[in-house]
Design a protein around this ligand. Sequence first.
Ligand code: FUL
Ligand code: CA
Length: 485
Amino acid sequence: MKLLTFAYLNLVFCTTLFAQNTTPKPYGAIPSARQLAWHNVELYGLIHFTPTTFEDKEWGYGDADPLKFNPREFNAEQIVLAAKAGGLRAIILVAKHHDGFALWPTKTTSYNISKSPYKNGKADMVKEFETAARKHGLKFGVYCSPWDRNNPYYGTEKYLSIYQEQLRELYTNYGPLFMSWHDGANGGDGYYGGAKENRAIDNTTYYDWKNTWEITRKLQPNANIFSDVGPDVRWVGNEKGIAAATSWATFTPMPPQGKNVAVPGQANYPQSPTGIRNGKYWMPAECDVPLRKGWFFHANERPKTPEELFDLYLKSVGRGAGLDLGLAPDQRGILHEDDVAALNKFGTRLTKTFSNNLATKATIIASNIRGSNFKTSHLKDNNKSTYWATNDDVKSATISLSFKTPITFDIISLQEYIPLGQRIEQYHIEAMIDGKWQQIAQGESIGAKRLIKLDKPVSSRLIRVKINKCPAAITLSEIGLFLLG
Ligand code: FUL
Ligand code: CA
């Protein structure tokens, strides 16, 4: 009995001494609840459809006759369903582009949908998109261009209150928004109520972003504000749809030389694709890219192929960023058949590939386990909120996966437990091939998700993930091994 008590006490002592069952301390900047919800979306769409579509332009001058905006077959559900088939989990509607035409019956300007023949001027297209998106389980967001080439007051103080009122209308009448998207193009030539002139603004002060974004926070507290400089989601710095191979979700927006504030339109672009290791804020990148060449529909352009889209997915979502795919309805008011087909094939490929995680069949052991709350089975339970972690002083570790029979895979997926920050700085992956350990992949950043596509499929019974460098206890919430479908 005495011996047993001693053994028991010893066990308790050792467990408390060596195993840490408490949550690791966060490292660096961490995501807010609204940003975590954004990370779950991963893939979404950006819809451009205004009179500009009927002019075959990319930037409407602001003088298009609203009578031109007459999409006879407009069908928000067709567009939303095509997006959904492509694996998109949300859509952002350009409610007003640079041409200034509002797709909703705004009180702020007469240049809006009520002047178009569509539904005899009785329509609200923002509502139609919102309703269709929610009906099919997609989140909804809006883009309202700060630059307005139609508005006679653009450039004056009065326009700022018009713009802010437009945001208020959009934030009040269309349910909870997952994103409020702000482009950085502002100032230049335009129609401006007939003035037809060039109007320059000082973009460091004109839009009063601090107070303008207060409106977002107040009316849509869960909406992620996107711009060149965040504050929730930053522009990746290109419109190619790709983040850098090493990508950090942290960022410190910096003013360009000679300026003292960082605002949309003049961000620190060189570091946008990579982010900044140990940057001050959690500010993950969004990779925006149109499905076709332009953001608006042009009959002479073709959609990207499903293969190209999958590659972009690997280089955006697979680098911890979001992929925002531009969808351009044509003059009928629906997505072209070719776009529907491309989205459909892309979506099928995503489902086929990622629905079968071969790692779930593995026995997984790790060189260190923080405690029973952080066991290795958490790495394959298809649940981002459970994770494996090491003790505080263990900053490199090996996770070994063994299978009864060899598995064949060509995509590796790793996910950090990001509520505690982006921690891992270097890793490599090995597989036992022909009786020898061979390195099959290596990299630096992981973050929300890392997808690594191998040049050719690997067949093996033993795979190990080595985390070589981490400034704090390591956390990993999921490991996936997939074969391209
Ligand atoms: C840019 C705009 O100038 C383009 O027209 C497009 O809307 C793109 C998504 O954002 O800043
Ligand atoms: Ca998990």
